[in-house]
Write a protein that binds this ligand. Structure first.
Ligand SMILES: [Zn+2]
Ligand SMILES: [Zn+2]
Length: 347
């Protein structure tokens, strides 16, 4: 495997007309925008993409910087890759160009290809805007004027056995009196495919949204064919940083587990230490449709999962509608407390 990034275009050329092909979520193959020919993707090693790697802190290398200029094979134009971008279109002829990530410690172990087309994503995103309770009347109109972009965003998946040793104060009732008693305990969590964002651009809400559609059976190897025509961002942190973020994300879950183990909702002064064993991970890219729109002077975005179309986003509230909906919202926020509690404290 080469130890540097190389641009790939040969694999993306149309066998019928020599034009450039892109990944087509509808047919799960390549499609030529020039002549319309379709071809299948040869993906013999798809099982490798599901494999988890054992975590070794000594091998948690920093990601290398991408700094690659590629001369487009179709038109000779220069395509410059900077930052963490590995997939782009030639600015001169619009042909897809993908970098083959040669660094063994950096290449994604797998990705889930887009299954939702742009048309389907738009339908979901507009539907989301149209069904917001308490939203201003012109929200849908603003959203329809927005710009849509597709990106493969970087994530980690982790498996681990987590042992938690805790101390806390527990409320106990004896007759009509209440006491606070010091308690100690040890409990554990089995983590399976815990998803953690590997980019500052991925908010906890996006992570939670795409987490529901994640199924390791959908993973495919990092092949330029799957990326062609879509933007992609590689991991900006190493696996140790990813593990640290996962531990932070899990804090509310650990607190819940301690309460369960102690058999009480009324605990305070919870302190704990935890140990991870048998940590295994994957470095994956997951597909997102992102719609950017402006409301008033604020930039906002709505995101649809490229796996199943599940949509989540930022929206303004209408002040006049808010009064009437205040009660409904309070109930909804209460009902979502568990979910949002995790989202709010994550990362
Ligand atoms: Zn063609
Ligand atoms: Zn070009």
């Amino acid at each position: 495997m080469p130890d540097r990034f190389e641009a790939v275009q040969d694999a993306l050329l149309c066998g019928a007309c020599g034009g450039q092909q892109r990944y087509d979520p509808a047919s799960k193959g390549l499609i030529c925008d020039h002549c319309g020919a379709r071809s299948d993707i040869i993906d013999d090693h798809y099982l490798d993409a599901r494999r988890e790697m054992a975590y070794d802190p000594k091998k948690a290398e920093e990601p290398p910087a991408i700094d690659h200029a590629h001369l487009c094979q179709t038109c000779g134009g220069e395509v410059v890759f900077v930052g963490k971008a590995v997939s782009d279109r030639c600015p001169y002829c619009n042909g897809p160009v993908v970098l083959n990530a040669g660094h063994a410690h950096y290449i994604p172990s797998g990705l889930i290809p887009f299954a939702i087309t742009q048309t389907e994503a738009m339908k979901q995103l507009h539907g989301w805007a149209a069904s917001r309770v308490g939203a201003p009347n012109d929200l849908l109109e603003k959203v329809e004027q927005g710009d849509i972009a597709a990106v493969y965003a970087p994530f980690w998946t982790f498996d681990a056995d987590k042992t938690v040793s805790y101390s806390a104060r527990k409320r106990v009732h004896r007759g009509k009196k209440t006491y606070w008693r010091n308690i100690k305990g040890v409990t554990g969590l089995m983590l399976d495919d815990q998803i953690t964002a590997a980019s500052d651009h991925v908010t906890p809400a996006i992570r939670d949204g795409i987490m529901h559609g994640f199924d390791p059976a959908l993973l495919r190897p990092y092949l330029p064919e799957y990326l062609a025509g879509f933007a992609a961002e590689l991991h900006g942190t190493n696996v140790s940083d990813g593990l640290g973020h996962m531990m932070q994300d899990l804090e509310p879950v650990v607190h819940e587990e301690i309460k369960r183990d102690a058999g009480s909702r009324s605990l305070h002064s919870i302190h704990y230490t935890s140990k991870l064993r048998d940590v295994r991970f994957r470095r994956v890219l997951l597909p997102l449709w992102i719609l950017h729109y402006r409301y008033g002077d604020k930039a906002k975005r709505i995101v649809a999962s490229g796996i199943d179309g599940k949509t989540f986003g930022e929206r303004p509230f209408s002040k006049s509608k808010l009064v009437g909906y205040a009660f409904v919202l309070a109930v909804a926020v209460f009902a979502l407390g568990g979910v949002l509690g995790i989202a709010a404290s994550g990362g």
